[in-house]
Design a protein around this ligand. Structure first.
Ligand code: TYD
Ligand code: MG
Length: 454
């Protein structure tokens, strides 16, 4: 065995000295594979004694205007990118297989090309004929997108160098094969080498490069996370397979705010942009029912209202079930513990199911209070007032912490016909103008108020 062989997690890229069934760094199972080293020997030896070239240094002050943005023509995509594509940038679009990444990017390429820019779409997964068929079905057959089917990195770079497009889409990084790296396609070393070359190309030639990466469930194939640090922008395309809603979320962006989302709907003719996500997420809400609470949230720079649904039933199991979709499971445990310890409301012996309607994912701590309201409403079998939105963070002491962007949350709620809001005590906002704000200092007051009113 070569002494420099290392073991890399295909999920998070952590390097281990020896193989293990579970990665210490990210907790993934069966994700560690053996990788051949890129260079042998310590770096000083590998570099040798030859002197490097002196790098030209500049000052921070500049007369240069910020880079011009090129609009892709898809408003939701441009919003997530922070206002359009930045030339010479590298963007990674990750997501589960079959979620709609290829569809999204083909549509974006078509819009972009119709706007008079040069777009190349290179697929390593589908033959050109397949992509053409999809384009036809989407009504994009006449868009001047240049199409190619190739997996060899050298050929791809030569092609891009010759064509110099404004936008290049590579679908997907896991199919690329760099012949200078001795590892199988899809391995961490291959994927990293290929992405490195493509990012350098983007910087060198001023092309915006979009890389597609499949999120992988089991090892052997490297996931998009192993290259997140190499690109300028990381977007994830999320959604429940059975649901028609898809959310494009920026988790890293060197050119704009992270956490921005774009909302799409998967239809028979491709992805349709959803301009008003709150209306869409609340559209499935029926009459006021126990266990339902409306959370006034913020996603990036945009307010989004979502319905949080809870179901609480007596459990036949020794260890009751805690099932969460669209929220953090740890957060639910914390809220249940605070309800029990601070308000004396136990959930022991009860199964708890929690769900964000519409396949949305909520990461904000501001959702705590809405989650608690949904849980209490389900447990007591009492519906909350249908014209009420809720937001606020719960601390372990049971106190409520104010959250940011209150005005935005309230405005959105008002726009959708809500008349009252429950918020933490020190919230900087006044009601009036058809909107009543009930400010609560802590969870105990909130619980008392909820059942006094209901
Ligand atoms: P795709 O873009 O191929 O997913 P990915 O590239 O992320 O693997 O999308 C595949 C799914 O999208 C497929 O299951 C069918 C669905 N779909 C539609 O519902 N409508 C459409 O117009 C298209 C093109 C795909
Ligand atoms: Mg695809």
């Amino acid at each position: 065995m070569s002494k420099s062989a290392s073991f890399t997690c295909t999920d998070c890229g952590a390097v281990h000295k020896k193989w293990a069934g579970r990665c210490d760094a990210c907790g993934a199972w069966n994700s560690i594979v053996e990788e051949a080293p890129l260079s042998s020997g310590p770096p000083s030896k590998a570099l040798g004694t030859a002197r490097g070239r002196k790098v030209e240094l500049t000052s921070l002050a500049t007369e240069e205007a910020p880079p011009p943005r090129i609009l892709s023509g898809m408003a939701e995509l441009d919003r997530v990118l922070g206002g359009g594509l930045v030339p010479a940038s590298a963007i990674l679009v990750g997501g589960d297989p079959g979620i709609g990444k290829s569809t999204l990017l083909l549509q974006a390429a078509a819009r972009f090309a119709r706007g008079g820019h040069r777009a190349i779409y290179l697929s390593g997964e589908e033959a050109s004929a397949q992509v053409r068929m999809r384009a036809q079905r989407l009504g994009l057959a006449d868009a001047p997108v240049q199409l190619g089917a190739e997996t060899n990195l050298r050929d791809i770079l030569t092609t891009l160098d010759a064509e110099r497009p404004d936008l290049a889409i590579i679908d997907s990084i896991q199919t690329l094969w760099a012949d200078m790296v001795e590892a199988a396609p899809g391995s961490v070393a291959q994927v990293r080498a290929a992405v490195h070359e493509l990012v350098s190309f983007a910087k060198r030639r001023g092309t915006a490069v979009i890389l597609v990466g499949h999120v992988t469930k089991e090892g052997q194939i490297a996931g998009p996370r192993v290259v997140e640090h190499m690109v300028d922008t990381v977007l994830y395309f999320e959604g429940e397979r059975g649901h028609q809603f898809r959310i494009l979320r920026a988790v890293k962006n060197r050119f704009g705010p992270a956490d921005e989302i774009g909302v799409f709907e998967m239809t028979g003719s491709g992805l349709a942009e959803v301009a008003n996500p709150s209306a869409l997420f609340l559209s499935e809400r029926g009459k006021a029912a126990p266990g339902s609470a409306v959370f006034a949230g913020i996603e990036g720079t945009r307010p989004v209202l979502t319905e949080i649904q809870a179901l609480v039933t007596p459990s036949p199991l020794g260890t009751p079930r805690r099932t969460v979709v669209g929220l953090d499971g740890g957060r639910l445990s914390t809220i249940l513990a605070v309800l029990e310890a601070r308000c004396g409301i136990p959930f022991a012996g009860m199964d708890v199911f929690l769900n964000v309607a519409g396949g949305m994912r909520v990461n904000e701590p501001a959702a705590d209070l809405a989650v608690a309201a949904a849980l209490l409403s389900a447990r007591e079998d009492v519906a909350l007032p249908p014209d009420m939105v809720i937001f606020g963070e719960i601390s372990l002491s049971g106190a409520l912490r104010p959250v940011g962007q209150t005005e935005n949350r309230l405005k959105e709620a008002q726009k959708l016909g809500f008349k009252r809001a429950i918020a933490p005590d020190r919230t900087q906002a006044e009601g009036g103008d058809g909107m009543r704000i009930d400010k609560m200092p802590d969870l105990v007051t909130f619980v008392g108020d909820l059942f006094a009113a209901g």
